[in-house]
Design a protein around this ligand. Structure first.
Ligand code: FE2
Length: 296
């Protein structure tokens, strides 16, 4: 049995298309999708159309990521104030690019699953952590050790970090597999990341995990960011996304706090991301040398 695993697509439909095609070439018995389907890259509905189509042809398990939680919370009015600009323009663009049916589907997704595939070993899956969609499962962390005891089976799939890696956590032991990221991959510029689960070679009822790096049209993904208007609606946020595709570097955790600190120093008070003027995002982008164009 072979199962394909996909996480953190982030609206990068080109990367997703390449990974789905690779999975079908390999031959699969099913697929698990670990959330963060939309946001950050262009034309979010194209990603969902690919997922719906794939699910018509294969046994699929879907859970939600934190980005789907944002979309649902905005729809319900639990989050407000999104507007064009680098703080929230990208999320607003994504929300406006989804149909009611898409938002309905997103709202049905659980944050954790343990429904496996008939005849296959048990598996469990989450986005960040089983107990919190946007949580993490640090290797050796006290929560990881203590709380994984309650998760059935010998394997837990997770995403959210956009990095590949796996480790054993006792007792059990349980194999924790970070699925990396299809559409916003870190450390592998030019290649989408995905995982195959296969039956262990000794015939024992457990999974063996194998990573795959799949080349795709990065140039097209970056060009579409310009063509769709995201570079105007969320200039520095969109630039950070392009930078990640082109370099594999994650500056999204560094640049916004730097822009915030620059502005707080000048205005003499604490501010939220939403209050950072665009000029300060731009100053921070220059410091972090945000790349937004493919090629020289
Ligand atoms: Fe993500």
């Amino acid at each position: 049995m072979r199962i394909a695993v996909f996480s953190d697509i982030h609206s990068n439909h080109r990367a997703l298309g390449a990974c789905l095609a690779h999975a079908e070439e390999q031959g699969i018995d099913g697929a698990v999708f670990l959330g963060d389907y939309v946001s950050d890259f262009a034309c979010p509905q194209k990603t969902l159309e690919l997922l719906y189509d794939f699910a018509r042809r294969h046994a699929c398990r879907f859970i939600r990521g934190n980005r789907e939680e944002y979309m649902t919370a905005y729809r319900l009015g639990e989050i407000t104030g999104w507007q064009d600009g680098s703080a929230s323009g990208s999320l607003l663009y994504t929300y406006e690019g989804l149909r009611e049916e898409d938002l309905d589907w997103i709202s049905t997704l659980d944050n954790y699953g343990e429904e496996g595939f008939p005849g296959g070993p048990d598996l469990a899956y989450c986005h960040g952590a089983p107990w919190k969609t946007g949580g993490t499962l640090p290797e050796g962390g006290p929560d990881t050790q203590r709380r994984l005891k309650d998760i059935p089976g010998a394997l837990l799939l997770c995403g959210h970090t956009h990095r590949m890696g796996m480790y054993f956590s006792g007792p059990g032991p349980k194999l924790v597999v970070r699925a990396g990221s299809v559409g916003y991959p870190l450390s592998t510029p030019g290649f989408a990341q995905m995982v195959f689960l296969e039956n262990a070679e000794d015939g024992a009822p457990r999974w063996r995990a194998r990573y795959a790096l799949v080349p795709y049209d990065v140039k097209g993904a970056v060009e579409e960011m310009h063509a769709c208007g995201l570079m105007e609606r969320a200039p520095v946020w969109a630039a950070m996304c392009c930078h990640a595709l082109l370099t594999g570097e994650n500056i999204a955790g560094l640049l916004p706090p730097y822009a915030q600190a620059l502005f707080e120093k000048d205005c003499g008070q604490k501010v939220s991301y939403a209050a950072i003027p665009e000029a300060y995002w731009q100053k921070a982008a220059a410091v972090y040398r945000c790349e937004t164009h493919y090629g020289p």
